[in-house]
Write a protein that binds this ligand. Structure first.
Ligand code: NAD
Length: 291
């Protein structure tokens, strides 16, 4: 059994505790047992799980795994602390708010023989799974992905990092990308931000990624992909699946802990994670120079 501590009790942290307490039957998370949680607030008890201190979590030998569910600005410090203490880490996306730290943390995990997993629930949505099937075998001519949503909470970082799920979709659909331009529009008084990024596929096809956040914007993704044979202007509407998104991610993480996944799959995933963080950093640099 792997003893687990959950760090940060927001939306994600609560779901993690819920899933750890009731794992999918006959799945890898049945080998995980939640031992406590860490919070900056004094919460005492969450779903019957006890609050413990960071010091206790890193020292306890019956805790081998940390699930980092804090705001993005804290991820790097928490991951480092747990890896240095010899614990496996699952972190909610984005792993860090800069590429260099993520690469260092991956190296640290490798040196210590530990799993460092970045959650990507957006790859488990039924809509995305269907989209991936629909895109397979088609040749992209150009495309766009436009995300809108409410204002970003503090501590979630630059838009290219907080929105890494959209970038991950694009890389998973169309392969490695490069950044040819990026610009930001910001109205602090209105709590409004818009990032527009020009990406290119390895075949030099253009993809525009827009991340737009403001008080009255609905949480929506709009796509417009033009292929040689057809165009897609709407996301597929696939039926809900019985297993929740965070549970699917927990199964993947559990399989990594149990050594059940082929090395080639692990390497491809690590490459994708680091590639997306590198793109996000490049986008941030370009946006800052054009601001
Ligand atoms: P959240 O705002 O609910 O919680 C974030 C942090 O804020 C937690 O550490 C929590 O301890 C703290 N917090 C929450 N309520 C608080 C309060 N009343 N007072 C003081 N502190 C409080 O954010 P979240 O949605 O849980 O996101 C956490 C991480 O999960 C982020 O890295 C995010 O990118 C990632 N993530 C979240 C989702 C999701 O569906 N919520 C999906 C994918 C990834």
């Amino acid at each position: 059994m792997f003893g687990v501590v959950v760090v940060g009790i927001g939306i994600a942290g609560r779901v993690r505790i819920r899933d750890l307490l009731a794992p999918l039957p006959s799945s890898a998370p049945e080998k995980m047992s939640v031992k406590g949680f860490i919070s900056r607030r004094t919460l005492g008890d969450e779903q019957g799980v006890k609050q413990i201190s960071m010091e206790e979590a890193v020292e306890r030998e019956d805790i081998q795994v940390a699930m980092v569910c804090t705001e993005n600005t804290f991820h790097e410090e928490h991951i480092r602390r747990f890896l240095e203490a010899g614990k496996h880490v699952c972190v909610e996306y984005p792993m860090t708010l800069n590429y260099k730290a993520a690469a260092e943390l991956h190296d640290l995990a490798q040196q210590k023989g530990l799993i460092l997993h970045e959650e990507h629930i957006e790859l488990f949505t039924p809509d995305f799974k269907q989209l991936k099937k629909d895109v397979a075998g088609k040749t992209l001519e150009d495309g766009s992905l436009h995300f809108t949503g409410g204002p970003l909470k503090t501590g979630f970082g630059f838009l290219a990092f907080s929105g890494i799920a959209r970038l991950t979709w694009l890389v998973d659909l169309f392969g490695e990308l490069s950044v040819s331009g990026a610009a930001m529009v910001e109205d602090k008084e209105k709590n409004y931000t818009k990032m527009t990024v020009q990406l290119q596929t390895e075949k030099q096809k253009s993809i525009i990624w827009v991340e737009e956040r403001g008080p009255n914007l609905p949480r929506v993704k709009n796509i417009n992909f033009r292929f040689d044979s057809c165009s897609m202007t709407e996301l597929p509407n696939a039926p809900r699946e019985p297993v929740g998104l965070f549970m699917q991610d927990l199964v993947l993480f559990g399989q990594k802990l149990l050594g059940q996944l082929p090395p080639a799959q692990l390497q491809a995933e690590q490459k994708r994670v680091l590639h997306c963080l590198q793109l996000a950093e490049r986008i941030q640099q370009l946006s800052e120079t054009t601001a």
